[in-house]
Design a protein around this ligand. Structure first.
Ligand code: NDP
Length: 309
């Protein structure tokens, strides 16, 4: 089946590209992917998206974007793009149900996925005390003791969120300071339920039927290096994300962390009619509003490109 424009991804970038492409009469097709609504759907309240003075539930925000995209003629398919051939137009995509689609223009808005430390124990206890999403799994740790790993905004946000449920939250930070924005740092440091363990790394996890604790090391390599066990019930990763760009290799250029490289601050990938928008191409900001804006740019570029074909 051939389409003028296909958008891959259903986060703020994908839906915004669909809204703009739809309003330009391009009849976009949007592939929702593995996580309909994208990463925002695993958070709770969004407080920093303009237009919602009191904040908005993240799922509600994404649902509104979806409806807005559909209102302007977007066809939403619950498929995943497994591989593609972007060597020449029309571009070819193969989906998870083995169907093939072609398109003149493509917007890659596949977002990013949470990173893990790479410990064998993370796999061993996955779903049994290990999670990369506090807002998805925090509920299971009411009145329990949990640890969050990371020192960025995500880690602070998750620690704060978990402190509303758990009896105690440890924040395991490998450096001697947090990387998070000042407001998030203040919230964490002033929260009596959160204890920050600076200069601390995780060596492993232990437990009979699920996580019962973490093996930690304080100040590794330092004179006062000390290994100890910390009893916890839940272990939450919040150490950043990996862009979902593999499907589009070797066609698009990526940086050393896997983010799709675009031309200047445009969403152009260098392949005519192929654009990258949102977190898959954004190593810096990773904000819904910025992803949405880049989705708009991608659709506007695609409209111009298609008009000139
Ligand atoms: P960041 O990359 O900002 O932070 C990752 C954190 O994890 C850092 O503290 C880093 O440590 C630590 N880390 C990385 N790898 C390891 C490891 N192997 N072992 C231990 N610790 C590790 O990612 P975030 O997801 O926190 O944030 C990404 C972007 O999204 C940022 O720009 C952030 O501002 C933004 N954001 C904004 C929010 C908001 O405004 N409400 C909410 C959430 C995110 P180190 O500092 O030592 O490198």
């Amino acid at each position: 089946m051939h389409h003028k424009i296909i958008i891959i991804g259903s986060g703020p970038a994908g839906y915004t590209a669909a809204i703009y492409a739809g309003r330009a009469n391009l009849s976009p097709v949007l592939l929702e992917g593995l996580q309909p609504g994208g990463q925002l759907t695993i958070t709770t309240e969004v407080e920093n998206y303009p237009g919602f003075a009191e904040g908005i539930d993240a799922n509600e925000l994404m649902d509104q974007m979806r409806q807005q995209a559909e209102r302007f003629g977007t066809t939403i398919m619950s498929n995943i793009c497994m591989r593609c051939d972007l060597s020449k137009a029309p571009y070819r995509l193969w989906l998870d149900d083995d169907t093939e689609m072609t398109c003149d223009a493509l917007v890659i808005a596949t977002g990013a996925t949470a990173k893990y430390l790479g410990l064998d124990d993370e796999k061993k206890y996955m779903g049994q005390g290990v999670s990369a999403c506090a807002t998805c799994d925090g509920f299971f740790y009411r009145k329990k003791v949990v640890a969050v790993v990371g020192g960025g905004d995500t880690a602070c946000e998750e620690a704060n969120y978990l402190s509303g449920l758990a009896s105690k939250v440890y924040l395991i930070v490998r450096k001697s300071q947090l990387r998070a924005s000042q407001i998030m740092q203040d919230r964490v440091l002033n929260n009596p339920k959160i204890e920050v363990l600076f200069l601390t790394n995780t060596l492993g996890l232990y437990g009979e039927n699920g996580v019962e604790g973490a093996h930690l090391v304080y100040n590794k390599g330092g004179e006062d290096e000390r290994e100890y066990d910390l009893p916890i019930d839940g272990f939450f990763l919040a150490i950043g994300h990996k862009p979902n760009s593999e499907t589009f290799l070797p066609w698009v250029k990526i940086d050393e962390n896997g983010y799709i490289m675009t031309e200047g601050d445009s969403p152009r990938t260098g392949i005519p009619g192929v654009y990258a928008a949102g977190d898959v191409a954004d190593p810096h900001y990773r904000q819904a509003i910025i992803a949405a804006a880049s989705g708009a740019k991608a659709a506007m570029e695609a409209e111009k490109y298609l008009a000139n074909l």
